[in-house]
Design a protein around this ligand. Sequence first.
Ligand SMILES: [Zn+2]
Length: 290
Amino acid sequence: MNALTIDVEDYFHVQAFAHVIEPTTWDCYPMRVEKNTCRLLELLEQRGVRATFFVLGWVAEHCPNLVRRIIADGHEIGSHGYSHQMIGRGDEKDFRRDVTRAKAILEDQTGASIRCYRAPSYSITAKTFWALEILAELGFEYDSSIYPVHHDNYGMPEAPRFPHVQWLRDGRRILEFPPSTFAACGVNLPVAGGGYFRLLPYELTAWAIRRINSKEKQPAMVYLHPWEIDPDQPRVAAGWRSRFRHYHNLRATESKFARLLDDFSWGPISNVLALSWSEQKAKCEVGDGL
Ligand SMILES: [Zn+2]
């Protein structure tokens, strides 16, 4: 089983447009996240697939019925923070405040404790590694915020590529599940999510996931955003690079995603980790995997 994750945010929250859209103006943009998330829920329901939905606190606050709908369909809820700001833009106090606020909104709406977290734009890096300690302190058990790649905005290329226990300075631990990569000649290439999923031919993504499953004997981690299946979303005036990152191949994404759902076995993070843990215990393997 592979982990399927959806980052529930709208097109005007993304990092690619952060330089042209101030958070104070978010209320001025027509929201499309509810409709797009419901379309994803339909695609999953048709196939009996369950996933982890990392919901942005701002979205949960503005669409209170959305979280209830996701839960009613049997999915897992995780937190994507409240304000979708790169962690490095603030300090530890700002991060704690953002995460606490988002967690409280989600826990109020779900009536359960929120155990999974994904940082906006994978912004836990070597410089913001302290964020893991705050997450563990606040009661999070799983994190999926460290992308083991080179990138201009995020990434820790030396980080492990597969699920592992991250021991923290205060003696706590958190289970880290990174998005999937393909390792070639000492370089990790992102293959299974977001812009990379839209950019790469489907066959390449499928080949990489099969390789992770059969050769490396590990679960893959895929992520998608609701706005990625919405080719008719309003266009934001930004530079070519931002527009390419955000708009490339939107029209083809829903059918590619449906194919991915059909071709592999999927589950929420906690289920995949529980399975991986029991399988590895059964084999009495020792290593840096779970
Ligand atoms: Zn995000």
